[in-house]
Design a protein around this ligand. Structure first.
Ligand SMILES: [Zn+2]
Length: 262
């Protein structure tokens, strides 16, 4: 059984066929999915999905793209969300200096505040880092009580070292299957009890689905490639990454859960 630890199933792109997407995940052996709430509206949708379906968990946070929205009311909202048992993590949050949709100073402010709220709630923080490795590493070092999940990791050695030193988790996406991927060495340096797999659906569809809408069932391709890098069989990768997901998110999953619920 596999866990897709990061997908945007609340996206409008899944409005037409969400039950079918979850059924295909079940058929592919994906027993649990973590649906990301990257802004208050998406978080409300993710939570509604989680309440309806025991195979789904939700997160709540403010993405760096919308960090401009961070204020006292949003902080109070996030604190309330993180008190809900169905919300298993804070985020996604972080820094994106590639798109710079929000001013960098505002991104850092929202990120630091959310890291603190995650630690306070005793829940992990899901981190988005793009062209901002040094500042992400600095803010993570400033929040040593927060357990972080570096999502769709493709960062440089500086962020890798910071994450390793702080004992954080690293989640790999379909980027691992791309021809342009050059970070197998980084994958091998991460302790096996800190590895996770994700799709980041609907984005980043893995080979052989590139260019299509991504979906949780395709996390199998990520796990297969992770196994190739580590010299492990697919079922070993599944067991390892599922145990890690259960530990970091604190949910239980049953192998038969997804199948019997559909
Ligand atoms: Zn995402």
């Amino acid at each position: 059984m596999l866990v897709d630890t990061h997908c945007h199933l609340a996206d409008a792109g899944f409005a037409e066929d969400r039950p079918e997407v979850l059924a295909r995940a079940a058929a592919a052996g994906v027993g649990h999915v973590v649906v990301i709430g990257e802004a208050p509206e998406a978080a409300a949708s993710a939570l509604a999905l989680a309440r309806r379906d025991p195979r789904v968990s939700a997160t709540a946070g403010v993405h760096p793209h919308v960090a401009d929205r961070w204020d006292a009311a949003t902080a109070a909202w996030l604190e309330r969300q993180l008190a809900d048992p169905a919300v298993v993590a804070a985020g996604e949050m972080g820094l994106d200096y590639h798109y710079d949709h929000a001013p960098r100073e505002r991104q850092r402010e929202a990120f630091a505040a959310q890291l603190a709220l995650a630690a306070q709630a005793g829940k992990p923080a899901i981190i988005h880092a793009r062209e901002a490795d040094d500042d992400v590493a600095a803010l993570l070092r400033g929040a040593p009580r927060t357990t972080a999940i570096l999502h769709s990791f493709s960062g440089g050695d500086g962020l890798l070292e910071a994450g390793l030193a702080l004992g954080h988790y690293f989640s790999f996406s379909g980027m691992l299957t791309f021809k342009s991927w050059r970070r197998d060495d980084a994958v091998r340096r991460i302790p096996r009890d800190r590895l996770l797999v994700e799709t980041d659906a609907p984005y980043l569809a893995p080979v052989p689905y590139r260019g299509k809408r991504n979906e949780p069932a395709f996390v199998v391709e990520v796990a297969r490639r992770l196994g190739e890098v580590l010299g492990l069989a697919l079922d070993e990768v599944a067991q390892l990454t599922t145990e890690n997901a259960q530990r970091v998110f604190g949910f239980r999953t049953q192998d038969s859960g997804l199948r019997s619920a559909t």
